[in-house]
Each structure stands twice: as structure tokens, then as C-alpha cells.
Design a protein around this ligand. Structure first.
Ligand code: SF4
Length: 313
């Protein structure tokens, strides 16, 4: 909160840059991807969403697997290395459509003599898929999530884009995102994904009815989840080093608080990329201009956005 409130915003930016340089030196990362929104038909009607349509409404669509193959071909021809696949919570598409979509993208890429990484489905879609596959169990949520993610991974799913985290706070959630899954279920999906060796991103959709304190809580919860993921991979915070996977904190054991950015401590990148199962990045999004239902909100100033981006570091 001190960093959020200080008048010295450029000092905060400089601190974030120091953290970034410790972790990554002069490297920047990017990929070349193509987006595929397989359907915009959604059972929910989230306040901030300008994407969804109801079936039969003007602009509603649902892509066939032939359409998916055509998009994958275009991606390969354009030199993409990744397909980013998300859509609405369609009550009409059957479960089989989803793994088949993964296989279709992989097959098209293989036929062209290449590969496409498939980054697909937000946490709320994964929960929805567990329900339509009749695997969702209210008293054992993770079991249904595990089933869905295992099937999708076997079909070609490579990672999760991390959307739908919004802001991990029940007041904010109920005011702006009511109807979507809450933070506990979102975290369940990402925990299981990490256990299965799938990397994920995380988002924060901020700058609407949320306060700075709630954004900080969100980042802290993600930080703890990342600590658990890295501990599972064998990264041991207290000693500041990286030990053999499996030797340290495992399920049921509190994860150590990991300081990845301590001077002189390198990221265990080789072991991390060999196994997978952690957060790759936090993506910040401010939704105020994306839908008419939120356009009455002032949104944030450029400096507040810059400060929040720096805080994420
Ligand atoms: S679940 Fe996703 S697609 Fe559906 S209304 Fe909400 S944000 Fe939009």
C-alpha cells in the first residue's frame, strides 16, 4: 500500500524495473499467436462483457470443426506458434466438440509439418465443461476439473490463458461479475492445471468497482498460489536455491514463501520449463471501455495504470 500511495510513482517504476532485470536481464518474451473464439453464445450475461450473445440473437455464432481447421491453417500460414482459444459457455455444444477441437488444431499443424501450442479455455469454461461432461461434483470439485483437464491435455491442450480471475474479492465479484465462478473455483482450476504440468497465466480485470486494497489482495493470493506451484517443482525459498523436484513441500504441507527476486538467486528456468505447472504471467486488463454497461465508470488514470503494472512486478 505504501508503494500504491507514494507520490514518487517513478520510484515505484524503477523498483519494478530492478525486479524485472534481476529475473530476466535484458530479455523480453513474446509469441506469435492467432485467436479463435469458437462461439460467442453464452449461458451467462456478465455486466462487463461485450462479447456474448444469446442463441438466435443477431451476431451470435458457433464455429464448426471445419471452421476451426481453416483457422488453424491460417495460423500456420501466418507463422503463428500458438492458437489462443476461448469462447462463451455454450449450452448447445457437446463435450466431444472440445477435445476434438484440440485434436483438429494439432492435426492441421502436423500436416503442415509444424506444431501449434494450444492455449485454451478460461477457468469458468473448464468448470462449464465439467458440468456438460457430467463430471462436476459439488463435494469434490477438483475431481471433475482434473478429469476435464486430463482429457483436454491428452487431446493437445498446452496451457491455460488465465482469464476470468477478475478481482479475488466477494464484494467486487458480486457487484460486477455475479454468476461467474468465484476465486476459490478459479484457483482450483489453476491448482489442478499446475499439478498436471500445464502452465497458466492469470488475469486481473481491475479499475471498475474495485479498490487498491482489493487489487493487492488479488496479487497476494496469486503470489501464494505461485509459491505453492514452484515449491511443487522443487524450488525452495528459504535456502534461496532450487532442489530436486519432490524433495520439498508437497500437498498438505505449507509452501515456503519464495522470494524469486532476491539478488543473486536465479530463476530455475531449465527445471521449470522441463516440467511445467506454474503461472507464467499476470495480465492486467481494465474493462471500462469494453461494454456500454460499464461506460459510466470513470476508469483509471494513465498513472494509476502504470503504477498498478509496476506493482504486479
Ligand atoms: S462467461 Fe465469459 S463470455 Fe459469458 S458473459 Fe461472462 S465474460 Fe462473457
Amino acid at each position: 500500500m505504501v508503494l500504491y500511495e507514494t507520490a514518487d510513482v517513478w520510484g515505484v517504476v524503477a523498483l519494478a524495473d530492478a525486479v524485472r532485470r534481476r529475473l530476466h536481464g535484458d530479455r523480453a518474451y513474446y509469441n506469435i499467436n492467432r485467436h479463435l473464439n469458437y462461439s460467442n453464445v453464452c449461458a451467462l450475461s456478465c455486466k462487463f462483457c461485450g462479447f456474448f450473445r444469446k442463441k438466435g440473437e443477431e451476431g451470435a455464432y458457433e464455429h464448426s470443426l471445419e471452421d476451426v481447421a481453416a483457422e488453424a491453417r491460417k495460423a500456420v500460414e501466418a507463422g503463428a506458434t500458438e492458437m489462443h482459444v476461448v469462447g462463451g459457455l455454450s449450452p448447445y455444444l457437446p463435450w466431444d466438440y472440445y477435445p476434438e477441437m484440440m485434436r483438429t488444431i494439432k492435426r492441421v499443424a502436423a500436416e503442415a509439418g509444424t506444431d501449434l501450442h494450444v492455449k485454451a479455455f478460461t477457468a469458468v469454461e473448464i468448470v462449464h465443461l465439467a458440468k456438460i461432461a457430467k463430471q462436476y461434483k459439488r463435494d469434490d470439485r477438483q475431481a471433475g476439473i482434473r478429469w476435464v483437464l486430463s482429457e483436454l491435455k491428452a487431446a493437445g491442450l498446452g496451457s491455460l490463458p488465465g482469464g476470468g480471475a477478475e478481482v479475488f474479492d466477494d464484494r467486487v465479484h458480486d457487484e460486477a461479475f455475479k454468476g461467474k465462478i468465484r476465486s476459490d473455483e478459479w484457483l482450483d482450476v489453476h491448482l489442478v492445471a499446475h499439478e498436471l504440468g500445464l502452465n497458466t497465466n492469470a488475469t486481473i480485470l481491475y479499475g471498475h468497482v474495485d479498490q487498491r486494497r482489493e487489487r493487492l489482495v488479488h496479487m497476494e493470493i496469486l503470489r501464494r498460489a505461485q509459491d505453492r506451484a514452484l515449491a511443487r517443482l522443487g524450488y525452495e525459498g528459504d535456502a534461496g536455491g532450487f532442489v530436486e523436484p519432490g524433495l520439498k513441500a508437497t500437498e498438505g504441507v505449507d509452501a515456503p514463501v519464495i522470494t524469486l527476486t532476491r539478488e543473486g538467486v536465479a530463476l530455475p528456468t531449465a527445471a521449470m520449463s522441463a516440467r511445467g505447472g506454474y503461472f507464467q504471467t499476470i495480465i492486467l486488463r481494465c474493462p471500462c471501455r469494453t461494454t456500454r454497461r460499464l461506460e459510466h465508470l470513470a476508469g483509471l488514470s494513465g498513472l494509476e495504470n502504470l503504477r498498478t503494472i509496476a506493482m504486479r512486478g
